[in-house]
Design a protein around this ligand. Structure first.
Ligand code: BDP
Length: 462
């Protein structure tokens, strides 16, 4: 197949924030304070290796069962692996304790990684007073490493997950949110907030933006591409099919409307391939790398300020898996995020793709940084069609470098490389095999094999 990509640096799109990259973990993980700690050097390495700056979001279903316990001794010598994987949403929850040690260690972890934090407070089972007491300690300890608090996780699902009555709707949530907000602000007048952190009910985002737009610094909601994992229709093919219609067709315009009316940034602060903890054979395969990198840049193009991939423990969709006893590793998805993260801190530019015969499975994004250097990311999500792409831009000339994101198979879980290199034990990655490309007369030709991606850096376009 052949395709052409016409770039126009004179037509800028949204900026990709320097903190665009993000991960999301369950609050239950804080019950093991030596996980998010500067002493967990391997995890520090993997997080830092993904992006120099980024956002760690703490929340998820377990945030509704996590209690601030200033007096409690931290869970030490627990005997187990000390990890909390993504919650599988089966409704059985164990209460956990969040201690001052966990928050102090979290601060040191953030200092060591260069990342900042979005911190979820317990609305589901907690009280405004408990939230305020926790917020005081968290704000004082995290300082400028704290971006904002959130109140509750996916309150739009409270009506059927046992946290509230079946008639629970936005108005009831707004009332509760206001009580928690007032309690925290009563003790911390400068506290910053984000929300509504809903599962994806965009009407709630809009209503929340209208009502609390002046009280928050950021709008947030979640998105899972597939689920549940028990449904046989949830496949790699479906995951990679030209962007989820529900998300593209409905949610993004609604979220853009909320951003426009409130003048607030929006962050997709929890996402992944398949809810209920992910799907083996889909979420942990190389396909998830192409999906994640593409979604990341798709969200940037939609004007989002960032994205957080949910994970933890050995969850199927977790980008980083492992524990302190056994060490950590990067899953395929990590590589897709790593590739897209090469484009942060730049501005998207117009990129017109023509790819007849690719059935929408080739996607492309282009960015330009302050010094005029351009980057193009190409994702070929087809299982069997290789494509040769001609990148065109006025004045394009000279050498360019390509970094391939590749693996032996889309449904494989091993041997993923980015620029010929694997992510090392401590998250270290350095390009080893690059593709030498050359532009002349405003055009550059490159190939993108089936089921792979390519990042092209054009350092000199004159
Ligand atoms: C989200 C929850 C998170 C879960 C995830 C899942 O916020 O805690 O782990 O779904 O179901 O709804 O995988």
């Amino acid at each position: 197949m052949t395709a052409s990509l016409q770039l126009d640096p004179a037509k800028p799109g949204p900026a990709i924030d320097a903190e665009f990259t993000g991960l999301s973990y369950e609050t239950a993980q804080l019950a093991y304070p030596d996980f998010f700690a500067a002493t967990n050097g391997e995890l520090v390495g993997y997080v830092k290796g993904l992006a120099k700056r980024g956002v760690l979001r703490i929340g998820g279903n377990t945030s509704e069962y996590a209690f601030w316990s200033p007096e409690a001794a931290p869970a030490q010598g627990h005997g187990g692996p000390g990890i909390a994987g993504p919650d599988k949403g089966h409704g059985e929850h164990r209460q956990t304790q969040t201690t001052p040690t966990a928050i102090r260690n979290l601060r040191e972890f953030l200092d060591a990684t260069g990342w900042r934090c979005l911190y979820g407070l317990n609305l589901g089972k907690g009280t405004p007073e408990q939230a305020a007491a926790e917020a005081v300690f968290v704000a004082n300890t995290l300082g400028d490493k704290l971006i904002a608090f959130q109140i509750g996780n996916e309150a739009d699902l409270y009506h059927h997950n046992g946290l509230r009555t079946p008639d629970y709707a936005y108005a009831a949530f707004a009332k509760e949110w206001r009580r928690f907000f007032d309690a925290v602000r009563g003790r911390l007048p400068e506290a910053k907030f984000a929300g509504p952190d809903v599962s994806g009910t965009e009407t709630w985002v809009r209503e929340f933006a209208d009502e609390f737009g002046k009280d928050v610094v950021l709008l947030t909601s979640h998105y899972y591409a597939e689920g549940p994992p028990t449904n046989p229709d949830m496949t790699i093919e479906r995951l990679l099919s030209p962007s989820n219609p529900r998300w593209i067709g409905k949610n993004i315009p609604a979220l853009q409307a909320a951003m426009a009316s409130s003048h607030l940034p929006y962050r997709l602060d929890e996402t992944n391939s398949c809810y209920a903890g992910g799907k083996q054979g889909v979420s942990n395969t190389f396909a998830s790398a192409l999906w994640a990198g593409d979604l990341m840049l798709q969200m940037a193009a939609a004007g989002a300020s960032g994205i957080n991939f949910h994970g933890g423990g050995y969850g199927w969709y977790a980008p980083i898996v492992g524990d302190l006893q056994n060490g950590f590793t990067a899953r395929p998805e990590y590589y897709g995020i790593l590739m897209a993260a090469q484009m942060v801190d730049s501005r998207l530019i117009a990129a017109q793709l023509e790819a007849d015969g690719m059935d929408g499975l080739l996607t492309a994004y282009a960015s330009s940084s302050a010094n005029g250097a351009m980057k193009v990311a190409l994702f070929n999500k087809s299982a069997d069609k290789a494509v040769s792409v001609t990148i065109k831009a006025a004045g394009l000339a000279g050498p360019a470098v390509g970094y391939r994101l590749a693996a032996p198979r889309l449904d494989g879980t091993q041997d993923v490389t980015f620029a010929g290199s694997v992510v090392g034990a401590d998250g270290a990655w350095r390009p080893e095999i690059t593709v030498q490309l050359s532009a002349a007369d405003g055009a550059l030709a490159c190939s993108v094999p089936a089921g792979s991606a390519l990042l092209v850096e054009m350092n000199d376009r004159h």
